[in-house]
Design a protein around this ligand. Structure first.
Ligand code: KG4
Ligand code: ZN
Length: 351
């Protein structure tokens, strides 16, 4: 099965061609990070325009690079939501046109299902039941998965997402978007104990997360330091280390509480923030201590990419979850088991 995966939900245009989901024949990305940097965040209208400019040529290049022809494609998988409506519309429109003209199935993919599917690319035999933590710029969601393609939401952030809180923290320190990789790098040279940060919601009796208190705490830390540039800059590694350690502690504790509570046999850590080096280390050691399997995609497959969408498409194909050509973007789509093709209406539903 040769599947073309298209992802345009936010600020990355990503396209991949895969064989059976797992073998990546080509995987291209056109990032808009530089374009949005001067605004300090993603500007939806600017994002859509750039997607429109680059998605066609990127698809052509991805197909050429894969060594396959358009006629050899068996299906097209595209992110249908959640995300910026205009940005999603670009990917969905071109995917529909291609599926129609090539007369091949169209597969509508939930962005978070894409992130989770990234774990299957390198680990085809994930042990279930599993707990999946999706940590990205827009989401911090914890799922119980009894098997592939089945999701029960256990908890999510009640305010900012983990990636968002890293991006905002870095911005308060004066670094450009995206701040997650900057904090990761700075923290490696810092002492996480020197500047303490709170662990909001860490011991709450549910699986929800809360991170916004960390921002306030960082603001107070910076105010106390004043504006003496030397002291301020030299403290950045310690601030980053303390800030990052608080986020990682919360994510580890909640996730592994869920593993114990649900008697899960494995854990999946996915999404852009899963590229974080401390988070990866701490998850691996917590999983070892509990004796459960741990799956983390390689860093390149953690951030948005087309291969994860193609892999999720492969799972939809196996379950005959096809989308119809009246597929529309769903900016607020939730990931639920009912996300499936409805043969009566001929459309994909998320009831
Ligand atoms: O999954 P993703 O590429 O896009 C969304 O779906 O949001 O995630 C982007 C997020 C950003 O917040 C970025 O700062 C964060 O992932 N990120 C990291 C690292 N690399 C990317 N956060 C911490 N450490 C990293 N190494
Ligand atoms: Zn993402």
């Amino acid at each position: 099965m040769i599947i073309l995966g298209i992802e345009t939900s936010c600020d990355e245009t990503a396209v991949a061609v895969t064989q059976d989901g797992r073998t990546i024949l080509s995987d291209l990305l056109s990032s808009q990070v530089d374009l949005h940097r001067k605004y300090g965040g993603v500007v939806p209208e600017v994002a859509c325009r750039r997607h429109i400019e680059v998605v066609g040529p990127l698809i052509r290049q991805a197909v050429e690079k894969s060594g396959k022809s358009y006629g050899e494609l068996n299906a097209i998988a595209v992110t249908v939501g959640p995300g910026l409506v205009g940005a999603l519309l670009v990917g969905v429109s071109i995917a529909k046109s291609l599926a129609y003209s090539l007369k091949i199935p169209l597969l509508g993919i939930h962005h978070l299902e894409g992130h989770i599917s990234a774990a299957f690319i390198e680990n085809p035999d994930v042990i279930f039941p599993s707990i999946a933590l999706v940590v990205s710029g827009g989401h911090t969601n914890l799922y119980y998965m009894p098997q592939k393609g089945r999701y029960r939401l256990l908890g999510k952030t009640i305010d900012d997402a983990a990636g968002e809180i890293l991006d905002k923290g870095a911005r308060m320190l004066g670094y450009p978007y995206p701040g997650g990789p900057v904090i990761d790098r700075l923290a490696q040279k810092g002492d996480p104990e020197r500047i303490p940060f709170p662990r909001p919601y860490r011991s709450s009796l549910n699986f929800d997360f809360s991170f916004s208190g960390l921002k306030t705490s960082l603001m107070h830390t910076l105010l106390k330091m004043g504006t003496a540039p030397e002291e301020y800059l030299s403290a950045h590694p310690d601030i980053a280390a303390g800030y990052q350690a608080a986020i990682v502690d919360i994510l580890v504790e909640k996730t592994f509480n869920a593993v114990k509570y649900e008697n899960a046999r494995s854990v999946m850590l996915v999404g852009g923030v899963a590229a974080n080096s401390l988070l990866r280390k701490r998850f691996i050691s917590a999983a070892n201590n509990l004796g459960v399997a741990m799956y983390i995609p390689s860093s390149r497959l953690c951030t948005d990419n087309g291969a994860m969408i193609a892999m999720a498409g492969k799972l939809h194909l196996e379950e005959n979850h096809f989308a119809s050509l009246d597929l529309n973007p769903r900016p607020n789509l939730e990931l639920k088991n009912e996300f499936s093709f409805n043969p009566l209406t001929g459309s994909m539903s998320n009831l």
